[in-house]
Design a protein around this ligand. Structure first.
Ligand code: FEO
Ligand code: CA
Ligand code: CA
Ligand code: CA
Length: 634
């Protein structure tokens, strides 16, 4: 053995020195199988051949470009490291809307240095755009419902030291910039724009009245002094990814809701509440925190209102076509850090909803409705009566959706809805590498989930103490690049409780890493990326992948450039970069115009001076991307 100073070894290297692993293990075989998709190739090709033909005709548009693969109508965009958006040759982009742009003509004007004042801050497009869906409601009217996930306090309160809220008005401004915007959009001579003062325009924010339904509605843990019924809350929080129902409503997904609550004095908590706060990360120490809502708004002070956090962390349904409708929080779909919600219909018409819980070592879930969706029929029970399941992935590349029932968990229906993470831990769900967006392939009975990264994999348990040793779909310790898992339900129905799985891609860096960190075989020096996050299929069956990762373009991430959007072919596994975001930004949220000639892409938390240039605060934005020849784009 060489002379080694053991004190200078990292813990991993020390482990390796003292407890060397076998060069090759049965586990390595599983990883290899997953990467090569050996177990999947036949099924995917058999189903995918028809999809490929259809996708080719739609994606090629009017001019087939030379040197292209069959499925992508563009050449790969090189990485970028600058302050703007890039798209391939033959495409163009333009800003549709920026944080602070008016939805109503009485909105205050945006000041490049100070942004938007508190008065009127609920009349403008919110900050930090995220998941979105476009709804074609007929008569030529197109509406975009879009999330504003969180706020950069320094950008929103630029005159306050450190961006710290210093008054109830400051808190209200932050509350108004988040939530959901519904807005009519139209394409004219100057491109796409928001229809200011459309009767459909609407801001839903942290104080908008909501209905609560499902098993937790009316439970003691949801009752507050302001709402002794436990069925009517205010606001939707940390609206991250999106979904759309077959009946034309928008699903907004409450993710890191825990961060809005705090304590002004040491709280006295019952055992269930205290355990829940620990698992969900609600801070109980006396501290202003990031937003300090609780310093000025008692609803967010858990020493006064310990049940308020139990009223957030849900899937919320909004009818964009009815500006007077009350959003509904569907507790039956579970309470966790919801990323998005991908709906699929089973052959017999039931509604399956796939969902991820984005936290290190948390789980993936599925909802299955009891009743069938009938176009034009009653949809009121479809997200409240049914069964919630959690995923278990087995090492043999099969898996099971395990029902979260009182018999399986020892918890009541209401407790399962409020403390879904604990219910899932009790049935042995598989700890995942931060499940972000789920997407369902419209051309094949299969689902995909972005597992963005997990520095704790194999090193720390999750917040519930569950072991997070590397496992089937999460095979890499201290996972810094992320992967996308795919599952195919048995019997070709999303109603099935069992499935087969593989990895569609393992991100990595083939230029400077070894072993599994090089990435899977569909990753190369030209298309590499890290931290897959957003994901949507277009109508032709192309999967669009958006990233939210390390964009310093150095070290482990050298050669990956800024965050980006790539197209993935589910049949061949080919992945090609299509768009890059400006420095500092995450690319998140994707939807299409009704005519499929425009794709709308979200740019969240860009660094200054995007998009307005020097001297302006940075503004998260939605950009409209088109082909210069006006052909179809998905
Ligand atoms: Fe809001 Fe997990 O991203
Ligand atoms: Ca995300
Ligand atoms: Ca993310
Ligand atoms: Ca984000």
């Amino acid at each position: 053995m060489k002379d080694i100073d053991q004190a200078e070894l990292s813990p991993d290297d020390w482990d390796e020195l003292h407890f060397p692993r076998a060069d090759h293990s049965a586990f390595d075989d599983v990883v290899e199988t997953a990467i090569s998709r050996r177990g999947f190739v036949n099924g995917v090709l058999a189903f995918g051949s028809g999809a490929a033909v259809m996708g080719t005709s739609m994606l090629r548009g009017t001019t087939a470009m030379a040197g292209q693969s069959d499925r992508f109508a563009f050449e790969q965009l090189p990485i970028q490291t600058d302050g703007t958006v890039h798209v391939p040759e033959g495409y163009e982009w333009k800003v549709l809307v920026r944080w602070g742009d008016p939805l109503f003509s009485d909105a205050p004007a945006f000041d490049p240095a100070t942004g938007i004042p508190t008065e009127g801050s609920d009349r403008v497009f919110g900050e930090n755009t995220d998941g979105m869906e476009l709804f074609n409601i007929g008569g030529g009217t197109e509406l975009i419902a879009v999330n504003s996930e969180y706020v950069n306090t320094k950008t929103n309160l630029p005159e306050n030291e450190g961006g710290k809220p210093a008054s109830a008005g400051d808190v209200q401004r932050l509350q108004n910039f988040q939530g959901v915007s519904v807005m009519e959009v139209t394409e004219g001579a100057n491109g796409w724009e928001v229809v200011v003062d459309s009767p459909y325009n609407r801001r839903i924010h942290h104080n908008t009245p909501m209905k609560i339904d499902g098993p937790a509605a009316g439970h003691d843990l949801l009752k507050t002094d302001a709402d002794p019924t436990g069925t009517a809350s205010l606001g939707t929080f940390n609206n991250c990814g999106s979904g759309r129902t077959p009946w034309g409503t928008y699903l907004t997904c409450e993710e890191n809701f825990n961060g809005y609550f705090g304590a002004t004095e040491e709280p006295t908590l019952d055992e269930a509440t205290a355990a829940g706060f620990k698992r969900y990360g609600v801070k109980t120490d006396v501290d202003p925190g990031r937003y300090n809502y609780h310093g000025f708004d008692a609803r967010f002070d858990i020493s006064k209102n310990p049940n308020e956090p139990h009223r957030a962390g849900y899937i919320v349904e909004i009818d964009p076509s009815d500006p007077d409708s009350t959003p509904v929080k569907h507790t039956a779909l579970g309470r966790f850090k919801h990323e998005n919600a991908a709906c699929a219909l089973t052959p017999d018409g039931r509604v399956a909803v796939y969902m991820g819980d984005d936290e290190r070592g948390e789980f993936m879930y599925k909802w299955l409705s009891r009743d069938k969706y009938v176009p034009g029929g009653d949809t009121s029970t479809l997200l409240s009566e049914g069964q919630l399941f959690v995923a278990r992935f087995d090492i043999d590349m099969s898996g099971e959706w395990v029902a979260l029932t009182p018999a399986a968990t020892g918890m009541t229906e209401a407790e399962i809805a409020i403390f879904s993470r604990m219910a899932a831990s009790k049935v042995g769900a598989t700890t995942m590498d931060r499940p972000e967006w789920v997407a369902v392939n419209p051309q094949a009975v299969e689902g995909y989930c972005c597992l963005t990264n997990n520095k704790n994999r194999g090193l720390k348990p999750n917040a519930g103490g569950d072991d997070t040793s590397p496992n089937g779909p999460n095979p890499r310790e201290a996972n810094k690049y992320g992967q996308i898992v795919r599952w195919r339900p048995h019997g070709d129905t999303h109603a099935a409780n069992t499935f087969d799985w593989d990895l569609y891609v393992m991100a990595g860096n083939p230029t400077n890493q070894q072993g599994a960190y090089k990435g899977s075989s569909n990753i190369n020096a030209g298309n590499m990326f890290n931290s897959p996050d957003g994901m949507q299929f277009d109508s032709t069956g192309i999967m669009w992948i958006q990233t939210d990762g390390d964009d310093d373009n150095e070290g482990d991430f050298a050669g990956m450039g800024n965050n980006q959007m790539l197209a993935g072919d589910p049949v061949t596994g080919e992945i090609r970069r299509f768009l890059t975001g400006p420095n500092g930004s995450e690319v998140t949220g994707l939807t299409w115009s009704a005519d499929r000639r425009t794709m709308f892409v979200g740019i969240q938390h860009p660094a200054a001076p995007f998009p307005d240039g020097d001297g302006s605060l940075p503004r998260s934005s939605i950009v409209a991307v088109k082909r210069t020849d006006g052909a179809l784009i998905g």
